[in-house]
Design a protein around this ligand. Structure first.
Ligand code: AMP
Length: 451
């Protein structure tokens, strides 16, 4: 029989065992943190996007990440993969049906209408850069939150706008040192596409028995997407499928020819891809994609013309053309090709301080140096000169300043050349100009040595 002591201990043990283990929060599946070392690639792309926007006179317009769900349903198309399966949609506290944007164009078209941009001189050239969301199956190159940059030319029907956008996009990749393969097609206008759609359905109806399950559904709902199927058996079928170019009406054909002539004029290499249809319903006429390394499974960017989108959303008829690319895929392409990207500028100067009073003074000196444009860093939370100089060494600064009790009392500071260890005592009041002089001399020595 258990004693009272036994009973007491046995009643304690389960309580100990019940201590709750707190599971740390984790990332949402398919989403990623962008950690500090990653930013040099992102900044590199960002700079090139902004440079290209400036060069071609695009202005930035950022729309909210959240829009009414029916904007995307109407714009992208109710039977597209994005709308049917991939939107992050929710009902908010006010019973509004909202979605995280799966792409930029729909939001920018809404903004164009809502802000009366039709009254501005046309075309209106806009660009944007931010996160987009699609609930896709996470895999290499496919995330659920990914960043896009996006360029749109709204209010221009001429093929020259399509050409310029493709030239801009190809030039952007060139400035990123990424060779891309530009693929182009025309999906016609609603009139000629309806004829083609029928031809495509007639062709595929005879092949139903060898089609994948998904394509059987596409046959009724969205036959153009049959050409996009990645299944091997369906790939074989498309080789003999009718091609849109053979069904383009005269106006669409003339537009396509003009576009290609413009690209030839600037000697931009492209490949005609009769199977390129893209996954969004709003495209008319021109569609294009830019592909990276051979064998990659997904495009770096893509776009096309969408002449009916703005009027379909309730705006005045406004022809337009746009292009978007994903930053994560570009970052991995840059890394894959081992492209050197500029590192953030390293500090030139380290400010070491010893003791409470010198630290206080150093805090002020740090601000002064920073205001004068000196790239200075410090380690105010560390004591001990040795430790601080080790940090300075690791950072690869050219000079370190050392301010201790004695220097503070004398109104001086030590300037240490980190390359040869030579130290000099200088007047604390003149230290900023002294440092600037030495850094300038150091820079001109480097320039002379490299020339
Ligand atoms: P799309 O609007 O589908 O043509 O997408 C334009 C670009 O966005 C693509 O070429 C990719 O670079 C990028 N992108 C699209 N979907 C994803 C995704 N799920 N994950 C990462 N990047 C994506």
């Amino acid at each position: 029989m258990p004693s009272n002591v036994d009973k007491a201990t046995s009643s304690v043990q389960p309580a100990v065992a019940k201590v709750k283990r707190i599971i740390p929060p984790q990332l949402v599946r398919g989403m990623r943190d962008i950690l500090p070392p990653e930013w040099r690639w992102w900044n590199f792309i960002w700079q090139k996007v902004e440079a290209q926007a400036r060069a071609y006179s695009f202005e930035r317009l950022e729309t909210p990440v959240v829009e009414k769900t029916n904007l995307f349903t109407r714009a992208i198309g109710a039977t597209t993969d994005i709308v049917e399966k991939e939107m992050f949609s929710f009902v908010d506290q006010s019973d509004d049906h909202l979605s995280l944007r799966p792409e930029y164009t729909a939001g920018l078209a809404r903004a164009y209408i809502e802000h009366g941009m039709l009254s501005l001189p046309q075309p209106v050239k806009l660009y944007a850069l931010g996160p987009t969301f699609r609930h896709e199956r996470p895999q290499s190159g496919r995330l659920r939150q990914f960043w896009q940059f996006d360029f749109e030319i709204m209010g221009e029907a001429a093929a020259v706008a399509d050409s310029q956008l493709i030239i801009l996009a190809a030039g952007l990749f060139e400035s990123l040192q990424l060779p891309v393969n530009v693929q182009i097609n025309s999906v016609g206008c609603p009139t000629c596409r309806a004829v083609y759609r029928q031809q495509l359905q007639d062709y595929y109806r005879t092949k139903r028995s060898v089609m994948c399950e998904e394509c059987k559904k596409r046959l009724q709902r969205n036959p153009l997407r049959l050409l996009d199927c990645k299944e091997e058996s369906c790939q074989e079928l498309k080789a003999n499928a009718p091609q849109m170019v053979d069904y383009l009406c005269e106006i669409c054909k003339a537009h396509f020819v003009r576009l290609l002539e413009h690209l030839d004029e600037v000697e931009l290499a492209y490949q005609l891809n009769p199977y390129l249809v893209r996954g969004l319903d709003y495209y008319t006429r021109t569609v294009f994609e830019l592909w990276g390394q051979e064998g990659s499974r997904s495009a770096l960017g893509g776009g096309g013309r969408y002449d009916n989108l703005i009027s379909d959303l309730g705006g005045q008829p406004t022809p337009a053309v746009g292009f978007a690319a994903g930053l994560e895929r570009i970052v991995s392409e840059l890394k894959g090709r081992e492209i050197e990207v500029p590192a953030p500028p390293a500090p030139d100067l380290f400010l070491a301080s010893l003791g409470e009073a010198p630290r206080k003074k150093a805090l002020r000196l740090f601000e002064e140096l920073r205001r004068q444009g000196v790239r200075v860093t410090e380690s105010f939370t560390k004591d001990g000169l040795k430790h601080q100089l080790e940090i300075a060494n690791r950072l690869g600064v050219k000079f370190a300043l050392v301010l201790g009790q004695k220097e503070l009392m004398d109104g001086t500071i030590i300037v240490r050349d980190m390359e040869n260890g030579i130290q000099e005592i200088v007047d604390l009041k003149k230290v900023v100009s002294e440092v600037q002089k030495r850094l300038a001399a150091h820079q001109s020595n480097i320039t002379r040595a490299t020339n």
